[in-house]
Design a protein around this ligand. Structure first.
Ligand SMILES: Cc1cc2nc3c(=O)[nH]c(=O)nc-3n(C[C@H](O)[C@H](O)[C@H](O)COP(=O)(O)OP(=O)(O)OC[C@H]3O[C@@H](n4cnc5c(N)ncnc54)[C@H](O)[C@@H]3O)c2cc1C
Length: 389
């Protein structure tokens, strides 16, 4: 393997890595993706693609396919845990303002679309990156038990525990517990439980939950709550039984209709933002660069935006350091602001005193429609440089 040479080496075949490979190929590079797993797949069932994620997918040529595989968000409700509606939302106004819909989709459908577009021949599976060396004209990536591969640039898209990030920033502390866990699942053939609403969000005491249609037949749901004081592994059913006893019957019915294989619990981790992402011929992308709590629904969206921005920078400046630093300058402020927003949202979702929850519910009910829509439009607006072709 040490003789091989591609223009761009990408570590990680998650949403970010595959999108980066597609974008870099669009900019004219030969790409190769190294994935430690023997079979690339997406864990976590489903996710919401905000309009900015759809704009990035459009730039990659995949928006229509993804939209057709998922479920377009048309209407939303914000609810109390007992199901009482605090507020209804017509999300068509957001789509109209931005020219893109919000789409909820099963992760394997999104990942599959990226994988098909890239082609499996561009993937090296069972290839675990362990470090790299900068060279005069590029970089040598070390793979466990496989030796080195050389390329003109290296993109670490290897998630929150990134080995590329560790090699770039050797003294940095590891990711730490946020104090929250997320239980997630998909209920098959359960759309009737939604009673015509595309998605709903529940604001509870010390927890937040959400539910959305994610395919013609499937319903995705999640609950974010305080992490148990005893360290994991945690039993998702036991956590749900403890927290959802008095919850909305239709949400509980969706959870009850979820098989054990379609249910998981994850400790939510955080890292402090980096002051600089990359160096020389190496950069970071997606969760490797800017892991964020899921409470803004933007982690994958930002990884997709990163990918398109990186491709554009390389198309403009060529496959070298100038392009990587330009990409980082563009992406660092935006991803940092959204990481902070996700943290603020997470704090809001974790409110537990009666007074603070009452005040939050009041704010949700009373916030003027135009203010609420404006905040959704601002969050879902893709950055200028991404939509301009
Ligand atoms: C509960 C929850 C809900 C979420 N909901 C949403 C949502 O609704 N909308 C949204 O936009 N985002 C959401 N996100 C965030 C989103 O899932 C992530 O931001 C996104 O998947 C990150 O993609 P990535 O490719 O950067 O990283 P990852 O998905 O972590 O992929 C990294 C890949 O790198 C591989 N890898 C790791 N180390 C190595 C190595 N040393 N060598 C080779 N390969 C390696 C891994 O096996 C993996 O395939 C949510 C996250 C959580 C936890």
């Amino acid at each position: 393997m040490s003789g091989s040479h591609d223009d761009a080496l990408i570590v990680g075949a998650g949403i970010g890595g595959l999108a980066a490979a597609l974008a870099l190929r669009q900019s004219g590079l030969e790409v190769r993706v190294f994935e430690r797993a023997a079979d690339p797949r997406e864990l976590g069932f489903a996710l919401l693609l905000a309009p900015n994620a759809m704009a990035a997918l459009r730039a990659l040529g995949l928006a229509d396919e993804v939209r057709a595989a998922g479920a377009v968000l048309r209407s939303g409700e914000m609810r109390r845990p007992d199901g009482q509606v605090l507020r209804r939302l017509d999300t068509n106004a957001v789509s109209a303002a931005l020219g893109e819909d919000s789409v909820s989709i099963l992760r394997p459908a999104l990942h599959g679309a990226l994988l098909r577009a890239l082609g499996r021949e561009s993937l090296d599976l069972g290839a675990r990156a362990s470090g790299f060396r900068q060279e005069r004209e590029g970089v040598a990536l070390s793979l466990e038990e496989r030796g080195e591969v050389r390329g003109r640039l290296l993109v670490g898209a290897d998630g929150i525990g990134s080995a590329v990030r560790a090699a770039l920033h050797p003294g940095e502390p590891a990711a730490r517990r946020s104090g929250l866990v997320a239980v997630r699942g998909v209920a098959r053939n359960a759309v009737s439980h939604l009673a015509g609403v595309s998605a709903a969000q529940y604001f509870g005491r010390g927890l937040e939950a959400g539910v959305s249609q994610s395919s013609p037949s499937d319903v995705y749901w999640f609950v974010s709550m305080a992490a148990p004081t005893t360290p994991g592994p945690h039993d998702p059913r036991a956590l749900l039984d403890r927290h959802l006893a008095a919850f909305h019957a239709s949400f509980r019915a969706i959870v009850a209709a979820t098989s054990e294989a379609d249910l998981r619990v994850d400790e939510l981790l955080v890292r402090s933002p980096l002051q600089a992402w990359g160096e020389g011929a190496v950069t970071l992308l997606g969760d490797a660069a800017h892991p964020m709590l899921p409470h803004a629904g933007q982690g994958a969206a930002q990884a997709l935006e990163d990918a398109v921005a990186l491709g554009r920078a390389v198309a403009q400046h060529g496959p070298g350091e100038a392009a990587l630093r330009r990409y980082e300058r563009l992406r660092m402020p935006r991803t940092r602001a959204i990481t902070e927003l996700a943290q603020r949202n997470a704090r809001m979702s974790a409110l537990s005193s009666s007074l603070s929850c009452w005040l939050r519910d009041l704010a949700v009910r009373r916030m003027p429609e135009r203010v609420l829509l404006r905040s959704l439009i601002d969050l879902g607006r893709a950055p200028e440089e991404l939509v301009a072709s």
